[in-house]
Design a protein around this ligand. Structure first.
Ligand code: CP
Length: 316
């Protein structure tokens, strides 16, 4: 594997999930695979889970790890071609990515969308320029439109905790005070549409995701209808795709509560974290028996380790 940017980079999703679960059982079974290999984790935006879990995954495989908080510690990057760099940008992404590729065998990149220009965000310009210029395998640590390591960890969690062979999985929109990217719900939808699950997306009118990511999903504006008999409820806020990056008025009643859970099949509640308590998810759910958010975050290690193992196996 030379690129992990979406579910489309994975030949066999089930095999990758199984690999992650095997690594969870035997974390150090491939300790020599990454010997004398270096992972660079490059963050253009903040992170807790992605940073720590991917670093731990690389260390479990015997790799050396370098972390660069590009937004705070690196030079301001120029992304456009054919410009006179007489403004605030100091280094062009062409040189920056190429130099990183000299120091690292695998590079991870996190680059959020600006949420101002949909065409620019959905072209994945920053992430794709890293891929183009660094010359080594690249793993997405969350890009403008997708968060594949999160989605793989989510699927691993569902596989581990499911109580029936084809569980009912619901992605439900939740309120927030800030416009958030569509990367997590896009990615979750894309992975669930390829998994052996019965998948529904519930959101208020106006929060339709881009159809490229939801092909095969049932979509409803009725949250109660979606929650009925659900085995897993994935809670997430996202801003509108049209008008792009906007929060629409109302919909505070979409926050999940224990009362709403009563109609589910004893559903487990998931969230990628970080979560704003009592805005996106209630205390009673996060502190109750139905929440699996910490379990899910723990699985980020095994998802990342499965992907890095595939990439290391592909290095000559
Ligand atoms: N879920 C997730 O990606 O968390 P971080 O933003 O903290 O990495």
């Amino acid at each position: 594997m030379k690129l992990f940017s979406s579910v489309n980079d994975v030949d066999d999703v089930n095999a990758l999930v199984k690999e992650a679960l095997k690594l969870k059982q035997f974390p150090y079974a491939h300790k020599s695979l990454g010997e004398n290999k270096t992972m660079a984790l490059v963050f253009l935006n903040p992170s807790l889970r992605t940073r720590m879990s991917t670093q731990k995954a690389a260390l479990n495989l015997g790799m050396n790890v370098m972390v660069l908080n590009m937004d705070k510690e690196g030079w301001a990057l120029e992304l456009r071609d054919n410009v006179i760099m007489n403004g605030n940008t100091v280094e062009h992404i062409r040189e920056a990515a190429a130099v990183m590729g000299q120091y690292a065998d695998i590079i991870g990149v996190r680059s959020f969308p600006g949420l101002k220009n949909r065409e620019e965000d959905y072209s994945e310009m920053i992430f794709n320029k890293f891929v183009e210029f660094c010359g080594v395998p690249v793993v997405s640590l969350e890009s403008a439109t997708r968060h594949p390591l999160q989605s793989l960890a989510d699927l691993v969690t569902i596989e581990e905790l499911k109580t029936r062979s084809k569980p009912r999985v619901v992605l439900t929109w939740a309120p927030h005070i800030k416009p958030l990217p569509q990367a997590v719900p896009n990615s979750f939808a894309e992975w669930m549409c390829k998994a052996d699950v019965d998948f529904t997306i519930a959101h208020p009118a106006g929060y339709e995701l881009c159809g490229d990511f939801t092909n095969g999903a049932k979509i409803t504006h009725n949250q109660d209808e979606a929650l009925a008999d659900a085995d897993f409820i994935y809670v997430k806020n996202w801003s509108a795709y049209e008008p792009y990056g906007k929060i629409l008025p109302g919909n505070q009643d979409w926050m999940l509560t224990n009362e709403k859970l009563k109609i589910t099949n004893n559903a487990k509640v998931m969230h990628c974290l970080p979560v704003r308590r009592n805005l996106e998810l209630s205390d009673e759910i996060l502190d109750g028996a139905s929440s699996v958010v910490v379990h899910e975050a723990a699985n980020r290690v095994w998802a990342a380790q499965a992907v890095l193992k595939r990439m290391l196996e592909g290095l000559s």
